[in-house]
Design a protein around this ligand. Structure first.
Ligand code: ADP
Ligand code: ASP
Ligand code: MG
Length: 418
């Protein structure tokens, strides 16, 4: 049976950590598993490399940036291979390209198109532990190295688990599972033993960085069993499962709400006084999409005097490109004013039980109001309510909502048996 382990940056932060990871994976190997290990760059390496690039260039070329960033994961994969040798097993490390991870050509957020894991299966058959550099692949068209976006090693791991038919994809990180909120912000957050794909997707999209959104999509689409757990302990973590699927012998108390997520990595773009006629929104958002700028929440106001305001959120990193693009459309579309606000935060409440329990949004807004937090934008899905607030209010907002819905370890009153 094959197992995939993924170790994030803090789990391979220094050589002692790498030795500890070597111990864990050799243990799995000795227990009779074929082990594929996906590693992230050590500690804050990716941030350091990005800082160096932006010290040199305001908008570094995507190709070169990806070439640079993929170096981070190559360091940890080769050091881990050496540590595994020292621990008495043999290992082979592979870059994303060598591992057959084929992507599109969108530098910085490439999507995996195909996996041809021939070298991995050969190395496993030869009895080696296989190590794959996370977060990277190679474009089929340009033959250039690509990266999968921040947190992309999660997606490498899940995609490999799918391609290899692995029994489980274990995501080892610095927390022992998925919590009802980021435990760094909410000290009484509770660990969830299970969370459905749909809820995890909303939590991840809402900013719960413990799993990259695409890794959850991949797991859902390919039926990969994902277990998020700590690389520092041996306790059971959180299983990401299909909705309603409960393993035999287990009863589940399903909460109406599963958690609160927050995200301060987005900004808000406001376009003032856009002409109110058919085709304008299409023109603007088609232009943004053509540059692979991912727009999140969109709000258009009621028109007055033939014009309207359109606001949307987007990753802070995409702000300069979006501004330049809209500048180019100014005369063609007739845009009056474009403002980019970097100091916003998004807070999302997620729970499958919302579908059948009215009043959740009202309760959330009332918690924010009691905490003195002003709401700037609102968006919803069937299992999520998100608001945009001032960045400085994010912590207060997350804690107020978490408490109001009784998500902390002390107050389980919102739980109902399903
Ligand atoms: P890694 O480097 O292992 O990939 P990340 O930093 O990407 O780790 O993700 C783990 C972090 O995610 C945790 O340290 C935690 O602060 C943060 N986090 C945010 N929301 C949640 C949540 N709901 N549950 C668990 N962790 C969360
Ligand atoms: N090293 C990359 C990052 O920091 C990828 C990852 O860790 O998943 O985003
Ligand atoms: Mg991560």
């Amino acid at each position: 049976m094959i197992v995939v382990h993924k170790y994030g940056g803090t789990s391979v932060a220094d050589t002692d950590c790498i030795k500890r990871v070597a111990h864990r994976v050799t243990q799995a190997k000795r227990n009779g598993r074929d082990v594929v290990v996906v590693v992230s760059a050590m500690g804050k390496t990716t941030d350091v490399l990005l800082g160096q690039a932006y010290d040199i260039a305001r908008m570094p070329a995507g190709r070169e940036l990806d070439m640079l960033l993929t170096a981070g994961e190559r360091i940890s994969m080769s050091l881990l291979a050496m540590a595994i040798h020292e621990a008495g097993c043999t290992a082979r490390s592979f870059t994303g390209s060598q591992a057959g991870i084929i992507t599109d050509t969108v530098h910085g957020k490439a999507r995996i198109l195909d996996i041809t894991p021939g070298r991995i299966t050969e190395a496993l058959a030869d009895g080696h532990i296989v190590i794959v550099a996370g977060f990277q692949g190679v474009s089929r068209d340009s033959k250039d190295v690509t990266t999968l976006g921040r947190g992309g090693s999660d997606t490498t791991a899940v995609a490999l688990a799918a391609a290899l038919g692995a029994e489980v994809c274990e995501i080892y990180t610095d927390v022992d599972g998925v919590y009802t909120a980021d435990p760094r912000i909410v000290p009484d957050a509770r660990r969830l033993s299970r969370v459905s794909h749909e809820e995890m997707l909303e939590l991840a999209a809402g900013g719960a960085q413990v799993l990259q959104v695409r890794s959850v999509e991949y797991a859902r689409n390919h039926g990969v069993a994902v277990h998020v757990r700590s690389s520092f302990t041996y306790t059971e973590g959180t299983w990401i499962t299909e909705e309603g699927r409960v393993p035999e012998g287990e009863t589940v108390e399903s909460a109406i709400i599963s958690g609160v997520a927050h995200d301060t990595s987005e900004g808000k773009l406001v376009i003032r006084r856009v002409p109110d006629r058919p085709g304008i929104a299409a023109r603007i958002f088609t232009a943004l999409a053509s540059q692979s700028i991912n727009v999140d929440m969109i709000v258009q106001n009621v028109a007055q005097d033939g014009t309207t305001d359109i606001s949307f959120t987007l990753p802070l990193d995409d702000g300069p490109r979006a501004l330049a693009l809209l500048e180019g459309l100014r005369t063609e579309v007739g845009l009056e004013d474009v403002i980019f606000d970097e100091r916003i935060g998004k807070v999302s409440l997620v729970g499958a039980g919302m579908k059948t329990h009215p009043g959740v949004a009202a309760e959330m807004f009332s918690a924010l109001s009691d905490a003195g937090v002003n709401i700037e934008m609102i968006s919803t899905s069937t299992i999520r309510v998100s608001v945009v607030v001032r960045e400085a209010d994010v912590r207060t907002a997350v804690r107020a909502i978490h408490t109001r819905f009784g998500l902390g370890s002390e107050r389980p009153e919102m739980e109902v048996a399903r």
